[in-house]
Design a binder for this molecule. Structure first.
Ligand code: T4K
Length: 378
């Protein structure tokens, strides 16, 4: 939750939602008010899903839901799974919650040290006859080995589901990241580079999966309003969809601003010993949602002390993701050694990045880090 302090002036937060101008929002609200339809698959939602499906360019269908967690649950439910789902401990806890809340068992596997996503070699070693699916996460919008996992899923007859909460607009080898896997789930939370305030979507090219998702998000009801399967109320309302339509119009421009912010960090911080910004791999296109900085042992402060030093100066970076999911009390039965994930969890720090971050404020962040690196300010 955003603390009171994060809403104070002069605080530089890790992110700020890109908001369409109020006059455009007002025009949309007037449309909605005149229609009298505020939820349950109204005209805004239909227009949003249509535009989104075209924009994502994967030839599949985008189905909007009320948030990314419901989208993940819907994606898993639509695959009709039973048994163990292999996933990463280095993610937001919603990844594991979606698995557990459907009565499936998460099986956590360590990550790759470069991508910080699930490591395909370690996944192979973890597959058993109980495994039904792999749930990879495109951490910070970087691809979770899509080609390797597609091959693995085919070889072992597993479903491949992607948590693409961070991946809207990101590309791998010329293809949208949402094209990979049987189904993938996006988050459109306000902290994401594209958002609907709260919201999410499932993207799939499999028509059977998409029909199941539509039923799941609407209490499991069929066209005669009779529940055929277990479902939830996962519907996105008309105001969320309208904000989505407006934000889609602004998305390219917002991404260009994010990219400029990201590039300035790379230019200014890359030479500092012990600091490394995670950069897109060759052939990948980032959405610049995050600016993930690795603070290794040869930096003058450890990650947590750097976090506090920034915080004391009004800069709120975030430890995405600390603690590991398997170190949280709710998942304590799965606690074990994940050396690569554990190191990442202690070293990664996401720096402020958003389209409206002014060059002056970014300068403040950069100057403090440079001074700390030189031992001038601690
Ligand atoms: N899978 C993955 C991999 C995910 O990362 C997430 C969500 C999900 C699944 C589930 O999707 P959703 O069900 O959430 O759609 C945030 C978000 O709440 C969460 O959506 C997100 N991941 C997670 C990584 O981060 P916090 O706790 O970091 O947010 P908070 O409130 O501290 O906000 C961060 C900064 O943004 C603050 O410093 C202030 C600023 N802010 C925030 C909000 C909400 C604003 O300026 N305005 C705002 O309205 O969790």
């Amino acid at each position: 939750m955003a603390s009171k302090r994060q809403t104070e002036k002069n605080i530089i937060a890790v992110g700020r939602p890109s908001l369409p101008s109020l006059d455009r929002v007002t025009a949309k609200l007037e449309e909605i008010w005149h229609s009298g339809i505020v939820t349950n698959h109204g005209p805004q939602l239909c227009a949003f899903e249509r535009t989104l499906s075209t924009k994502l360019e994967n030839g599949g269908e985008a189905i909007a839901l009320c948030n990314g967690t419901s989208a993940l649950m819907a994606a898993l439910a639509a695959c009709d799974l039973e048994g163990e789902v292999i996933t990463t401990p280095f993610s937001f806890v919603a990844t594991a919650h979606a698995i557990s809340s459907l009565g499936l068992t998460p099986k956590f596997v360590d990550i790759d040290p470069n991508s910080l996503c699930l490591d395909p070699k370690k996944v192979v070693a973890a597959i058993t006859d109980k495994t039904c699916a792999i749930l990879g996460v495109h951490i910070y919008g970087n691809p979770c080995a899509p080609d390797e996992f597609e091959a693995l899923a085919k070889k072992y007859g597993l479903k491949l589901i992607y948590d693409a909460a961070h991946a809207f607009g990101a590309m791998h080898q010329g293809k949208s990241l949402v094209s990979y896997g049987d189904v993938c789930a996006l988050s459109f939370h306000a902290t994401k580079s594209f958002h609907t305030i709260e919201g999410g979507a499932v993207v799939t090219s499999d028509s059977q999966i998409s029909e199941r998702i539509k039923q799941y998000r609407n209490f499991g009801l069929d066209d005669h309003k009779v529940a055929q399967v277990l479902g939830i109320n996962g519907k996105m309302n008309e105001i969320q969809a309208a904000i989505g339509l407006l934000n889609l119009e602004d998305h390219a421009e917002n991404t260009a601003h994010r990219k400029a912010v990201y590039k300035r960090y790379v230019e200014e911080l890359s030479d500092l010993k012990g600091l490394k910004i995670i950069q897109p791999f060759e052939g990948d296109v980032s959405n610049y949602s995050y600016c993930p900085l690795r603070v290794s042992a040869d930096f003058s402060l450890n990650r947590d002390r750097l976090l506090s030093a920034l915080d004391r100066r009004g800069i709120i970076a975030q430890r995405y993701f600390y603690p590991l999911i398997t170190d949280m009390p709710v998942y304590k039965e799965y606690a074990q050694e994940f050396p690569v994930a554990s190191k990442a969890s202690k070293e990664m720090l996401c720096l402020p990045i958003y389209p409206d971050l002014s060059p002056k404020d970014q300068r403040r962040v950069i100057d403090i880090i440079i001074k700390i690196a030189r031992g001038i300010e601690l």
